[in-house]
Design a binder for this molecule. Sequence first.
Ligand SMILES: *[C@@H]1O[C@H](CO)[C@@H](O)[C@H](O)[C@H]1NC(C)=O
Ligand SMILES: *[C@@H]1O[C@H](CO)[C@@H](O)[C@H](O)[C@H]1NC(C)=O
Ligand SMILES: *[C@@H]1O[C@H](CO)[C@@H](O)[C@H](O)[C@H]1NC(C)=O
Length: 569
Amino acid sequence: MVAFALIPFLLAGVSPLSAVAAPLQGLTITAASVKGAPIFPPINYGLSGLCKLPLLQEICAIVAAKTSSGIQVTTPIGVAAGVSDGSGASRFPVKYASATRWEASTISTKWTLPTGATNASGLPLACPQPLVDPSTYAEDCLSMILYVPTSLKANSGAPTLLWIHGGSFITGSATGPGLDGSKLAIATNSIVAVMQYRLGALGFMAPSGTTNLAVKDTINAMSFLAKVVPSFGGSASKITLAGQSSGAGMIRALLATPSASSLFQSAILQSDPIDYGFLNASTQVALQSSFNTLTGCTASNKACQNALSLEAIINAQVTLCSDASSIDPSTGTAEPVRPVRDGSLITTPLDLTAAFPSVNKPILLSNVRNEAGPTIFSMFTAAIDSSIFEDAAQGSLGDARASTVMASGFYNTSVSDTRIPLETLGTDYVWRCPTWSLARSWVAHGGKAFVGVYYTGATYPANNDIAFCLEAGSVCHQDDIEIVFGTVPNPTTAQAALTTEMQARYKAFLTTGSPNVAGLLPWTAATTTDVHAHQLGGTPTPSGEVPAGACEQSFWGDSVDYDYQVYGI
Ligand SMILES: *[C@@H]1O[C@H](CO)[C@@H](O)[C@H](O)[C@H]1NC(C)=O
Ligand SMILES: *[C@@H]1O[C@H](CO)[C@@H](O)[C@H](O)[C@H]1NC(C)=O
Ligand SMILES: *[C@@H]1O[C@H](CO)[C@@H](O)[C@H](O)[C@H]1NC(C)=O
């Protein structure tokens, strides 16, 4: 049997081109070269490349210091310094927590500027991550930026949207492209907080075996907000989590954490690769043991651990990520370092492998039309032959699941370019269908869920070099981010209209738990039998809904298991 999960579906915040495609130049991909294990030649590059991904660092010059003016807000933990540039929102950078290396973070008890900022115009440094200039990050990185509409008065009870960035849990920051929350804050009349959390080994591989430090960071971020938002006009009880890709995966982890439940009222998950369940505890132990060997520090040797340079830790992490799927195939290849179902913090997989808990929060789940576009079209830079489809399916899903997929009729390989059905397959099995499955389970157990698919997007910088993502009608992974934030540079009429629509729907969702707004097409809530996936942008169908395709429970999740079912994670 071949190794599973050979298609390394890349997640947010990563540029597959630079990481994966460069070694492929000149490589002719044929059915013959794809046969055998590993079935996909590029996978070898993908495995090692994935954890060396460049940070999409683009410290946005959000507010030119010279045109901004200082603002002060008194909070229970001291005076918050912010800046306003006349756009209608003020920006307050802050360090919400501090952490000793590989220990749980503690909430700030005094308002403090983030590391990297000497005054309120400054922006936080990112958390340590591979392949970027070390001067762009600091280990002391638990920062967030609050964007507050200048019209909000203290104690006016406005909602807060806490944004959790993507990047496969190893890259990304609060200052990535398009993440200026000013316009979203103004349009939704809410506070938008864009946060950072510890990434990679520093967030998930404490040598002592303590798990989920990064998840605990996000819990501290929520507790911090509950303390301070009333001073800015917010309500401590109206916090909604929103995030994209692994940021949405983090939110899924928080939905599976009973102790975090009282800290937020609702959640928005954009493009969560739900096929990757949480790691199970024994897998984490295996990864941890390998990591400790790589650093040369035993679990109890704090002196050794504290003496490690950030470079040494990141190098060990990169090697660990490359080795992860051979240590335990259930890690998959795209985000082997991720939240762990430890049984104490995260207590449920929230999937089809275990009893689903009772739930009650409203959730909004979205995908983009071509989630797998960046992966497939940077892995294969020219059209590929139809025979590769089956090999790729077998390499990713195993022979049994691949035969069912081949026989299903859902994926038409009689097209001139097999990358098209391969992209649909990846989008379905990693993202769209498990998302719909979560929606069905959610409503079956007491919650409300709204499901959407983006048919209009705005090419995210990481996708700029992928011709497929630039084609009319393609909406690649991450292409929803700038639409939601209202930060599309020179938006087309369609993009501007979708930004207006999504911000109006988010505004409603933050206050009522429903994205329905007078004047917009009705967005029907999911039921246990029909998720009523709403089409976002594009040319709307009369029903406003998109076809289910392969995403019926009877196919994905039932006839064909998701990876989390195969591996029981
Ligand atoms: C404030 O911070 C900005 C950005 O870090 C920096 O360029 C500027 O020199 C600082 N201003 C003062 C007065 O320190
Ligand atoms: C964890 O996953 C492995 C396979 O990856 C499986 O063998 C094991 O039974 C799982 N353990 C638990 C506690 O679920
Ligand atoms: C598959 O695609 C080909 C080429 O576009 C088309 O002619 C054919 O009708 C399609 N088959 C199915 C079953 O949709």
